[in-house]
Each structure stands twice: as C-alpha cells, then as structure tokens.
Design a protein around this ligand. Sequence first.
Ligand code: NAD
Length: 270
Amino acid sequence: MNASAYDFTATGQPRLQGKRALITGAGSGIGSAIAELFAREGADLVLLDLTAAPAKAVGERLMETTGRRVMAVGADVSSSTQVDAAFAEALDAFGGLDILINCAGVNVFGDPLQTSEQDWRRCLDTNLTGAWHCIRAALPSMLAASYGHIVNIASVHGHKIIPGAFPYPVAKHGLIGLTRSLGIEYAARGIRVNSISPGLIMTPAAERYFQSCPDPEAERRHQAELLPCKRIGRPEEVAYAALFLAGDEARFINATDVLIDGGRSQIYHD
Ligand code: NAD
C-alpha cells in the first residue's frame, strides 16, 4: 500500500480534525482524559461506559468547551450483545469510526488460589474479551474505509509481574497479544493496532486502591518512591501517548506497545 507524503503545512492544525473516535471507559480516569484531549484536537466522539450517565457528563462538558459533537452510550464491554448494539448506534449516528480506544478495565488483584471463578471471568471478560468485542464491532466499517487506528490501554502488568496481583496481569498480557496479532492481521488493509502500557496513574481506580490500604498516605508515598521519577503518573500523560498513536503522525507504528511508566519497569534491582 502506498502512503502519500506527510503534509507538513498542516502543522499547527488540531491533530485529529474531522476524525471520529469511540473511547470505552470514557466516564472516568484515563478514558475521560483521552476524551478531553481528543475533543480539543478536533475529534468528534462516542463515549462508552458501563452506563451512559458518567460518559454523558463528560460529553456535555466537552461539547460546551470544544464545540465538538459528542455522544454517550451505555454498554458493558464484556457483553457482545451490548457492544454490538452500542456500535450500531454509534456507526448509525457518525457514519463510521476512524479511531477506537479500548480503555474500559477493572483491577482484579489477588492470590491465585483464592481467586474465584467469578473474579477470573470478570477480569478476563472486561480487560481482554471486552476489547476484542469492541474491535470486532469496529473492524467491518474500518476495513470498508481502509482506515482505522486502534489503541488498547494495557498495563505495565502486561510486561512485569507483581506478586498478589493475579489475574490482572494474565488479562493485560493477553491484551498486548491481541494488539500484536490483530495489528499484523490487518496491516495491509489500512488498520493499525497498538497498545499503551501505563504504570501507576493517579485516577479514581488508583485512589480506590489507596483507600483500601490500612494507611493510604503511607502507601501513596511508598508507590511514588518506587518510581525513578519519584512521582505517580497523570491521566493526561497517557492521553498524549494515545493522541500520538491514534493520529496519522504514527502511521508507520503498528502492532507494538508503548510503556509509559516513568521508567519503573526497566529497573532490575533498586
Ligand atoms: P477508572 O476506574 O478510573 O476508569 C475505568 C472506566 O472503565 C470506568 O468509568 C468504568 O465504569 C469503566 N468500565 C469498567 N468496566 C467496564 C465494562 N465492563 N464496560 C464498560 N465500561 C467499563 O480506571 P483507570 O485507572 O482510568 O483505568 C483505565 C484503564 O487503564 C484500564 O484498562 C486500566 O486497567 C488501565 N490502567 C490503569 C492504570 C492506573 O494506574 N490507573 C495503570 C495501568 C493500566
């Protein structure tokens, strides 16, 4: 497939002008930061979350501040029926999708032998199968247009193992595998699939983790101290990586993963 030369005269324009992006898990944390940045960079958005209400709240604010078209849909990504219905609604309203960001996810951390069948399924169904459901629903229209950029939000847990965090790393390793596999499968047909692996990022999910600790402040300080840069990451720092990977500037980047963890996963021993 031939690629035309980059139009450098477009520098200074919003980077996603005229693009249509669907973001899952958009009602909170990293997903809502991605929504905010994408709207500021000119994209029209479909915001998907478990219920439409949180995505709608984010969407209403963005429509007011950026003037972009934003639609909110409620769906559980682990249900293929709900995902198919949500994507049908989105495709009907927007006429197609250029970008899909799979950000919906849940922390399921425990001891392997104490993990119930229900928790195993909740973890795998949301963090891995959910992304596949969304990609499968987006692909036919992307393939028809020979254009589609997909970014999966994986995790540093998809690269390194923290004992006691089972089965979350299983799902995130799988999500990176899904990224590579589909990136190659559709590379010659105009589709790119990449993932981002964030380290600890200060979001409502991280806050819930800190609050579950006996001394949340001590745990917060401990986690920051473990990072080479001595601070916890911010959702917008992940959003900027997603903006790059979802845009045409990254069009030769495919089937790979970008670690964004302040360098922590490169340390062998302190
Ligand atoms: P968050 O809890 O703040 O936001 C996650 C959003 O996903 C919520 O709005 C939630 O309602 C939605 N969601 C959960 N299950 C869903 C389902 N089945 N269907 C549809 N929506 C669903 O979490 P966050 O910290 O912003 O995490 C976002 C993503 O980033 C997740 O995939 C998470 O695994 C990943 N991640 C987070 C961190 C971190 O430190 N915060 C680090 C690495 C990876």
